[in-house]
Design a protein around this ligand. Structure first.
Ligand code: SF4
Ligand code: SF4
Length: 354
């Protein structure tokens, strides 16, 4: 069916299929609320842009995030109860924090949000996920803890925690037919998250096609390249010119940077307003966006095993390239010899003979 059109300023555009929606955001996984704190720095778009309705074509958005909400206690929780009763339609569910495994407990609980009025007991995060995911239009895992388990899920942890797709199943689909959308990062890069949310809002409004995701359920346009491919220091790597201590502008692979094998756009995008981006500003990439984080990247301060091989090879090749480049660089750093104050013209000018 053709979508209705509405005037927006001087432009006529499609009317959103969903005029108004809620974002229910649970930060009660195992985590530090760092992803919520991170997204307050977003500008492309900002949280304010989305909730104040400044972006054309978006449905009206009501955000319910415990860190950012004005309400607290039952005033805040009422939206979650309404959603589970089917009285808050439609909504997008955002999960932040690692999902603990409550099945391994004989007593007590690992993580919870709100209190069950009938039993007086906390409502576990697992229960909230079970109650709300079947009713959500889309489900987004925000940050590496929610996407893949993160630091809490490292070897030897007592909680048995995991990422949302491990909990719900990697083939899980929302009632609108959307897979879980994973936006990893420790914390999530603010604009990566808000841009993904914006895409999903356009999609549920009927104004964008299915969000393109890779096999780890990450938006392909954000996680399709490596840190190394966007790093300011890649020119040094290519010339086999490596830093041996912090504070150097050279490639820091020998100090432990995993950039060549990590999917993340932070060196290109920066952290806030285009500024920062781990290796660009001297911090080794520890692979915080990756499903294998942290275990597969530890110990953090050693040269990565694959890196050793490639940096040794590039060391030999790079030395030769560096020598050749130095010669060329010396040449192009000198003015041509015909620029002089002598009383003669040596530019090669040929006067017109006819
Ligand atoms: S610092 Fe890391 S990401 Fe940058 S060029 Fe070196 S290895 Fe690659
Ligand atoms: S560059 Fe590496 S450490 Fe920095 S955010 Fe990306 S994956 Fe994490």
């Amino acid at each position: 069916m053709a979508q209705e059109t509405v005037p927006y300023g001087r432009v006529t555009q499609k009317k959103p299929a969903v005029a108004e929606l809620h974002i229910l955001w649970i930060t009660a996984g195992l985590g530090c609320d760092g992803d919520t704190v991170s997204i307050t720095a977003a500008t492309q778009p900002s949280v304010e842009d989305v909730v104040l309705g400044t972006i054309p074509g978006l449905p009206k958005v009501h955000l319910h995030n415990p860190v950012l909400a004005y309400e607290n206690g039952d005033d805040f929780m009422k939206y979650f109860y309404m959603a589970e009763q089917g009285k808050l339609e439609p909504f997008v569910l955002v999960i932040e924090g690692s999902i603990p495994n409550e099945k391994i407990k004989k007593e007590g609980y690992w993580a919870a949000l709100g209190t069950n009025p009938h039993t007086g007991q906390p409502i576990t995060t697992n229960e909230w996920i079970d109650r709300l995911t079947p009713k959500a239009l889309a489900v987004v895992a925000c940050g590496t803890c929610a996407t893949y388990g993160g630091i809490h899920a490292m070897e030897g942890n007592p909680t048995g925690c995991m990422g949302l797709a491990d909990y719900l199943g990697w083939d899980w689909k929302s009632k609108a037919g959307l897979p879980i959308v994973n936006v990893p990062g420790c914390p999530v890069q603010p604009d990566n998250f808000m841009e993904t949310l914006l895409y999903l809002l356009y999609q549920v409004a009927g104004l964008a096609p299915m969000i393109p995701l890779d096999d780890q359920l990450r938006p392909t346009w954000l996680f399709g390249t490596t840190v190394h491919e966007g790093c300011d220091r890649a020119g040094y790597y290519e010339q086999g010119d490596f830093a041996t201590s912090y504070g150097s502008p050279k490639c820091i692979v020998k100090l432990g940077c995993w950039g060549p094998v990590v999917n993340c756009n932070v060196p290109k995008r920066g952290w806030m307003a285009g500024i920062g981006g781990c290796p660009n500003v001297g911090g080794i990439c520890i692979g915080c966006t990756m499903p294998g984080f942290p275990d597969k990247f530890m110990p953090f301060m050693d040269e990565p095993p694959g890196g050793k091989l490639s940096s040794t090879a590039i060391g030999v090749y790079g030395k030769a390239i560096r020598a050749l480049r130095k010669m060329t660089n010396d040449t192009v750093n000198k003015e041509p010899k015909w620029r002089h104050p002598r009383a003669e013209l040596t530019t090669g000018y040929q006067p017109n003979s006819y």
